[in-house]
Design a protein around this ligand. Structure first.
Ligand code: HEC
Ligand code: HEC
Ligand code: HEC
Ligand code: HEC
Length: 207
């Protein structure tokens, strides 16, 4: 649907631009277009290489900035892949309130040091944790998941129904850096429909 609307909008805009550009005589566009084609045919190789390098540049930008989605750098390069994946630490050890409160909780500095006073204690990134500990500052983790403010979301109801963290957060245990997401209503509704959960949204999810 969105694609259709966008396509129509772009097409309309194109027609308007052509009409203005040719001062109301759109056929001129085609003669001009023909001339451009002829010019391209004359300079086939330079145009060819230009197109290839533009394509490569776009692919490069796409690969490095859009795919795969990488989240913002965190104050400490904490890796879910290492902790939840390789070392298989339970999500709830670090996000203990996920089934009791609206806020799942992020691990405190003390919790990191509970292990890291013994494991790789001399690692420079762990030294940073000690600085936070000594100055009594919570680690300034950057939040990556968002939901519009007027939506009431809580974890409990979902966790109690045995919905896996991964259903909403993806394969967290395979990622070094979480990209998070902006949750949209369609995503919530898809599953609510499938699982026969409440979709009377104004009562259930919005306030
Ligand atoms: C239950 C124990 C445990 C807790 C809690 C824990 N870690 Fe770890 N962490 C580990 C283990 C095990 C390793 C792997 C060490 C190794 O490579 O030998 C590790 C590795 C690391 C590394 C190095 C990763 C790398 O790429 O080499 C960093 C940085 C780190 N942890 C930061 C943290 C932070 C920050 C916290 C708190 C949010 C934390 N850890 C909480 C057990 C823990
Ligand atoms: C050793 C501790 C630890 C374990 C185990 C752990 N996490 Fe985390 N989690 C963190 C820390 C620290 C952050 C904040 C930094 C970050 O985003 O990487 C975080 C952030 C998150 C966030 C993003 C929060 C936001 O900013 O919106 C989600 C979602 C999450 N964890 C889910 C999980 C899931 C699911 C598991 C189990 C598969 C898990 N975590 C296991 C420590 C842990
Ligand atoms: C039904 C979907 C869903 C499931 C299942 C789910 N989450 Fe979330 N989670 C969300 C949404 C939506 C947010 C953003 C909410 C917000 O910002 O208030 C979020 C945010 C978080 C945060 C960040 C909270 C913060 O204060 O920034 C953590 C940590 C987290 N989830 C951990 C988990 C863990 C661990 C599990 C599994 C035990 C889990 N989630 C299961 C949807 C889900
Ligand atoms: C993977 C499936 C799934 C996803 C995704 C999901 N939900 Fe749910 N949700 C459920 C189920 C199942 C229930 C019913 C729980 C129960 O019956 O206690 C539920 C219940 C709820 C309730 C309580 C409704 C009531 O009856 O009072 C709210 C509010 C809610 N979800 C909001 C959300 C929001 C907001 C999102 C999107 C960020 C979301 N859910 C995403 C499966 C899901």
């Amino acid at each position: 649907m969105e694609i259709l609307i966008t396509a129509t909008a772009v097409l309309t805009l194109l027609i308007i631009v052509i009409l203005i550009g040719t001062r109301g005589r759109p056929m001129r566009f085609f003669t001009a277009f023909g001339e451009v084609l002829a010019a391209i045919a004359r300079n086939r190789w330079p145009v060819f290489f230009l197109a290839i390098s533009a394509g490569l540049a776009l692919a490069f930008l796409y690969l490095f900035y859009i795919y795969p989605p990488i989240g913002p750098a965190q104050p400490i390069p904490f890796s879910h892949r290492v902790h939840a994946g390789v070392k298989n630490i339970d999500c709830r050890f670090c996000h203990p309130y996920v089934d009791q409160s609206t806020f799942p909780g992020l691990p405190t500095v003390e919790k990191c040091l509970f292990c890291h006073n013994h494991i790789i204690a001399g690692h420079p990134e762990i030294q940073k944790e000690h600085e936070y500990f000594n100055t009594d500052t919570p680690t300034p983790w950057r939040k990556v998941n968002y939901i519009p403010e007027h939506v009431m979301f809580n974890h409990q109801r979902h966790i109690k129904k045995d919905i896996q963290c991964q259903a909403c957060h993806g394969r967290v245990e395979e990622k070094d850096r979480l990209a998070g997401r902006d949750f949209q209503m369609g995503f919530c509704l898809d599953c609510h429909r499938k699982k026969d959960a409440n979709i009377g949204c104004w009562l259930a999810c919005h306030n």
